[in-house]
Ligand binder design. Structure first.
Ligand code: 13P
Length: 237
């Protein structure tokens, strides 16, 4: 069974999110896939209240808890609403909200405490890729984010090369396999219950079949294609 996470980013307004969730709720997905929807924070709780069948992920949360923190989304809200997954360290959060690996590290600790399955996003920029430095970049990210003393629960790593997100460019299957194996190798020194590795970056209905041949992958994190009917139907019976 492969995990397919639909990252709706901020593509849809509240009404559109509700309408797409309503259509998804009626679909019968193949047992080969577990579909998880990651809507914007503004739609997340409304969808949770209205569509019991849909598995949801948050796109983010804040490290500060409840209290005098205007505009923050404390992780308690996710566990109170039984939202079981959250993206952490997506490249757009890193870029536009200055999130770094230290913040990702503290969010991972919180997710572990609150039993939220973390989907940690990592990946290199184009210059690093072109200079053949992807492995050392990933090694450094993992070293900064993970702690050998902590027993992690279920852990999802989404390998999302920054140059692939929204660009239509995708690494070859061989390149993806090499990095996935390397991530597994690096993480063998850490303790967790289950490790799932996903790929994200320009996954769409034209390249899904080929990417899905990668046996080493446990699934995909999909952005813009995930709101398109032509893509969604791939996962239906
Ligand atoms: P795209 O699928 O739009 O390239 O986005 C990937 C992504 O950022 C998923 O989290």
């Amino acid at each position: 069974m492969k995990y397919i996470i639909f990252n709706w980013k901020s593509y849809l307004n509240g009404k559109e999110s509700f309408s797409l969730a309503k259509s998804l709720n009626k679909l019968k997905f193949s047992k080969k896939y577990k579909i998880i929807i990651s809507p914007s924070s503004y739609s997340l709780f409304a969808l949770k209240n209205n569509f019991k069948k849909i598995e949801l992920s948050s796109q983010n949360f804040d490290t500060l808890g409840s209290g005098g923190y205007t505009s923050f989304l404390p992780i308690e809200n996710l566990s109170n609403f039984s939202i079981k997954y959250s993206l952490i360290g997506h490249s757009e959060v890193r870029k536009y909200r200055n999130e770094n690996d230290l913040i990702v590290k503290s969010k991972l600790i919180l997710a572990n405490e609150y039993k939220i399955n973390p989907i940690i996003c990592i990946g290199e920029d184009f210059k690093t890729y072109k200079n053949n430095k992807t492995k050392s970049y990933i090694k450094n990210q993992i070293k900064k984010i993970f702690n050998k003393q902590i027993k992690y629960q279920n852990l999802f790593i989404a390998y999302e090369p920054l140059w692939s997100i929204g660009s239509g460019l995708v690494p070859s299957n061989q390149e993806i396999i090499k990095i996935i194996e390397y991530i597994r190798f690096l993480l063998k020194d850490y303790s967790f219950k289950k490790l799932k590795i996903l790929y994200g970056g320009s996954v769409n209905s034209s390249n899904f079949e080929e990417l899905n041949e990668i046996k080493e992958l446990d699934g995909f994190l999909v952005g813009s294609a995930s709101i398109k009917k032509s893509f969604i139907k791939i996962f239906c019976n």
